[in-house]
Structures are given as C-alpha cells and as structure tokens.
Design a protein around this ligand. Structure first.
Ligand SMILES: Nc1ncnc2c1ncn2[C@@H]1O[C@H](COP(=O)(O)OP(=O)(O)O)[C@@H](O)[C@H]1O
Ligand code: SF4
Ligand SMILES: [Mg+2]
Length: 340
C-alpha cells in the first residue's frame, strides 16, 4: 500500500445516491458521481447551497443511505461489500453529529446514559468501566461531572451539542461527519463549539468531514474545501486556495454571497446577485449543471459536461473556462435562504 493510501481514511469513488425513480418518474439525483478523499487527521469542508446533496453524501458515508452506485471506502475497506459484522466494525470508525442537538438526544435518558449507550450496545451490556469513559468524555467536551445526571431539557443548546460530541467520541472514532453542527446555535456559542472541535482534533487525532452551507464556518476549520452543486463537486482544493482564489463561477458566487468569509483587504467587489434557485435534482441541466445560473455560460456548456480537472496541483475545478474566468469579475448568485 502506498504512503498516500495508508494515510487515507475515507475514499468515495464515483458515489451516487438516487431516490425514487419508479413508475416512470425520474430519480432524484441527490449525489451523482462524487470522488473525494479525507486523510487521517484532515478536515475537509463540504459547502454548497441547501439542496446540493451535502447531507445525503454524509449519510452515505456513515451508512444511513445505501449508494445507488460507486463505493465508500473506510480505511481501504469497501464497506457495503463487507459481511455485516465486519461492516459494523468498519463503520464504528466514522461517527456523525447532526445539526439539531435536541433531536439527537433521547429526552428520557440522562446525559450519562446517552453518552454510554453506544458502548452498552457494542458490549451487549453495561460495564463498570463505561462510567469512567463517560466521566472522562464529559470533561473533554467541557462539561461538569454533574451534567451527567441531567436530562436534555435541563441543558442549553451549546451544552446539548457538547453531549452529542461526547457521544460521537465514545467509540473512539478516527473520523466524524459533522453535518451543520453549529447552524442551530447562537452565534456567540458557535465559536466555542468550533474551538472545541479544533481542540478535539488535536487531542484525539481526528479527521472531520465538515458539512456546512456557511462558508465562514468551514473557513474556520477546514484544511481542504469541496464545493458541491446539484449532486456533483464543482471545485476541490486547499481551503485558502478555494476561499481566497476560487476558480469556479459557483464558488465565486458563494463567496460573493458571504463576503464576511474573506478579509476586506483582499475582497473583490461583487456585482448584484444573479437571481434563480437551484434546479431540481430530478432534472439537472444538460452539460454543466451550473449553466442555468452561470453568467459565463455559452453553447458548449449546454452540450458538454466539464471534466473535474486538476488545474493546479491538488486544485480541481469542473468548468470549461476556469483559466479564462480567473481574472474576470467575481459573480454572485442569490443563495436561497441560509437554512438547510
Ligand atoms: N430521502 C429522500 N428522498 C427523496 N429525496 C431526498 C431524500 N433526501 C434528500 N432528498 C433530496 O435530495 C436533494 C439533496 O438533499 P440534501 O442531501 O439534504 O442536500 P443539502 O444537505 O445540501 O441541503 C434535495 O433535493 C432533497 O430534497
Ligand atoms: S462550464 Fe460553462 S456554465 Fe459551467 S461554470 Fe463553466 S462557464 Fe459556467
Ligand atoms: Mg443538509
């Protein structure tokens, strides 16, 4: 195995997840052919408007939805091809934390019982040493031992998300899929929780797939950034490269819509937003999926799908004209809502 492959924790090969598609209806192509890797101790941010397929991709990674085609490899193992028991072991290496900290917790369970539950399920019964693990995790996520006896309704939103983080860590994963993990929190709490993720990454050698519609959140944590639109990746590269020097018109539009993500000293002036919503993933535009909203679109964009090309080492872009557009004016689109 090569050095690079050894260091690769997650690999998606042409991952596709389609929903429905029976009785003559076209399927919803939520994820439609994505290649992506996450290395050990790496944070990959996944951004894109609501409806671009980010959560479905995350759910396929953790096994909540079965890929229609393509594969999910965790530590080199094609998870869905493994026998059931082996799948469970492989999957335990990747945990997930969702947006709504309340929904993920059982209101009847104490905090300690919620954190302990994955251990109890794994071992088939409660063991005394589980309590030590819970105790230590509470401290690691910044909660008091006394919080262990509380129920979710006795905690603030930020505290609940800390409990979810402790629960996500209890099986000692190598990677966590974070799906909009700070979106439901007050802005003042968001930074605290993002700092906690950063500390845990250092202390526990974690990798993250950090999904967010909010560019400033991803900018805060990511080593690399992937930009998704209508089920496909439009751009992928180092976080600084993608955020400071975006090459795809869609990325440029996302950044122009959230100018606070870029320091004012290097911010480019943004023209008025382009109107329009993200098209239906049941009927994606021919050629380039972004063409119906792209100010640079020409005939070729409707007939020929752009390759996901490596423009510079490690920087991939799916646009026929990425080189030419480089020096052009930044564009912006009306990003539908800020919710997911
Ligand atoms: N279980 C499902 N059944 C049918 N369509 C779905 C399902 N889950 C997601 N979708 C559709 O797939 C597309 C992508 O959704 P999602 O992955 O939630 O995007 P994002 O997280 O980027 O907002 C949306 O059009 C959504 O309506
Ligand atoms: S391929 Fe054409 S439509 Fe697509 S992003 Fe590039 S210029 Fe725009
Ligand atoms: Mg989502």
């Amino acid at each position: 195995m090569s050095e690079a492959a050894r260091d690769e924790l997650l690999r998606l090969d042409q991952l596709a997840v389609h929903f429905g598609g029976r009785r003559g209806k076209p399927p919803i192509r939520a994820v439609d052919g994505v290649d992506l890797t996450v290395g050990r101790r790496e944070t990959v941010g996944l951004i894109g408007e609501s409806g671009s397929g980010k959560s479905t991709l995350g759910r396929a990674v953790i096994g909540l939805v079965k890929p229609t085609s393509g594969s999910v490899l965790i530590g080199g193992e094609a998870v869905w091809d493994q026998p059931r028991r082996a799948q469970r072991v492989t999957r335990s290496r990747v945990q997930v934390i969702f947006q709504d900290p309340s929904e993920a917790l059982d209101p009847r369970m104490t905090v300690a019982a919620s954190i302990r539950e994955p251990l109890r399920i794994r071992d088939g019964k409660r063991r005394p040493e589980h309590d030590d693990v819970v105790h230590s995790l509470l401290a690691q996520v910044g909660l008091d031992p006394a919080h262990g006896d509380r129920r979710p309704h006795q905690l603030s939103g930020g505290q609940k998300q800390r409990v979810n983080i402790a629960r996500g860590l209890v099986l000692d994963p190598d990677m966590i899929v974070c799906d909009e993990v700070v979106s439901a929190l007050d802005v003042s709490i968001q930074a605290e929780i993002l700092n906690l993720f950063a500390r845990l990454k250092r202390e526990r050698d974690l990798a993250y797939l950090f999904i967010s519609h909010d560019l400033s959140v991803v900018d805060h944590v990511a080593d690399r950034v992937a930009v998704m639109y209508l089920g496909k990746l439009m751009e992928l590269g180092g976080a600084d490269e993608v955020i400071m020097r975006p090459r795809h018109p869609y990325t440029r539009a996302l950044i122009a819509a959230q100018p606070q993500a870029v320091p004012s000293s290097i911010r480019q002036p943004a023209p008025p937003p382009i109107a329009g919503d993200i098209p239906s993933p049941a009927a994606p535009p021919s050629g380039c999926r972004f063409r119906t909203r792209c100010p640079h679109a020409v005939d070729r964009c409707a007939t020929e799908e752009p390759l996901f090309r490596e423009l510079e080492p490690g920087h991939h872009v799916a646009c026929h004209f990425a080189e030419e557009i480089r020096g052009g004016p930044p564009t912006s689109i009306a990003v539908a809502g800020r919710t997911v």
